[in-house]
Write a protein that binds this ligand. Structure first.
Ligand SMILES: Nc1ncnc2c1ncn2[C@@H]1O[C@H](COP(=O)(O)OP(=O)(O)OP(=O)(O)O)[C@@H](O)[C@H]1O
Length: 276
């Protein structure tokens, strides 16, 4: 398909072999600019491996990854970051002894090319300070501005982590289970926060929690055995026979399968009740 705006992210017949085992077996995916996509699939399907291939932590054995229309295979994670893709890392990647403000400012400066020595340049960087203030506001962390990252609550640390991820202005954001470890209330707040701070950006998440998937995603990519077997709206994915068969056939015990099917049943029941 040809289109005037390139896809934000495209996987073309992507493959990855570990030893003799092919784990990613010709994955294809075309994500439009601004789409929010949740990647789901049974345990061991290859979701994290896909993220590692996209972000440059792993080299593909075959196929291509395109970011905003540009082939990025073989580039380092840092180079890919500079081209506009940012991936969230775990909380431990925050500077625990720096404040919220300082962490955000370092995230911002890191992607502007300052790397490890960023704090040496801070005094004169009025523009960076201003952009950091804006980010603090977006994240609703103004009141925690001067608190050390290590003293934040878990949910605040995750919010800060997202802030550091988006600080550089990347237009494609990868989040790995962003709400893992949060309570139900924290999760629903956090979904809203992610939506707010990623407006206009393309978002990919690897996600096991179906509440998050349906709360966040415009589209779901279902990865089974190293291939994307479905890529569509949540409603269409739920109704997809191949998805149901893949889950039922291979991973009946998997919580995701149960959640997908339960959500389907609930929706049908809801519809029937509404009709009565
Ligand atoms: N570096 C590696 N070397 C060898 N095998 C690997 C490596 N990384 C992943 N694998 C294997 O690739 C398969 C897919 O793993 P991956 O972590 O991508 O799956 P996943 O879908 O993210 O699973 P989960 O939902 O359980 O996190 C697994 O069988 C895993 O053991």
């Amino acid at each position: 398909m040809s289109q005037s705006t390139p896809y934000a992210l495209e996987l073309r017949d992507l493959r990855k072999t570990f030893g003799k085992t092919e784990i990613i077996r010709g994955a294809n995916l075309s994500v439009q600019q601004g789409e929010r996509v949740a990647i789901i699939g049974p345990n061991g399907a290859g979701k994290s491996t896909l993220f590692n291939l996209i972000s440059g932590r792993l080299l593909p054995s075959g196929g291509d990854v395109l970011l905003n229309g540009q082939r990025i295979n073989g580039q380092t994670p840092f180079e890919i970051n500079r081209l506009g893709l940012a991936r969230s890392f775990q909380v431990s990647n925050l500077f625990s002894k720096l404040s919220v403000f300082e962490n955000l400012r370092c995230g911002l400066l890191w992607s502007s090319g300052y790397k490890y020595s960023c704090w040496r340049f801070l005094a004169n960087l009025h523009d960076a300070n201003q952009r950091t203030e804006e980010l603090l506001h977006k994240l609703h962390l103004e009141k925690r501005r001067d608190v050390l990252a290590m003293n934040l609550t878990y949910a605040e640390q995750r919010a800060l982590e997202i802030g550091v991820t988006i600080a550089g202005g990347a237009n494609v954001i990868l989040l790995d289970e962003p709400t893992a470890g949060m309570s139900t209330t924290e999760t629903s707040h956090f979904i809203e926060l992610i939506k707010e701070v990623t407006v206009g950006k393309t978002l990919l998440t690897v996600e096991h929690d179906m509440g998050v998937v349906f709360g966040l995603a415009d589209k779901i990519a279902v990865v089974v055995y190293g291939q994307v077997i479905a890529f569509d709206t949540p409603q269409k994915v739920r109704a997809n026979a191949a998805v149901q068969e893949a889950y039922l056939g291979s991973t009946l015990a998997d919580n995701q399968a149960n959640a997908v099917l339960a959500a389907d049943v609930l929706e049908q029941e809801g519809g029937e009740h509404a009709a009565h």
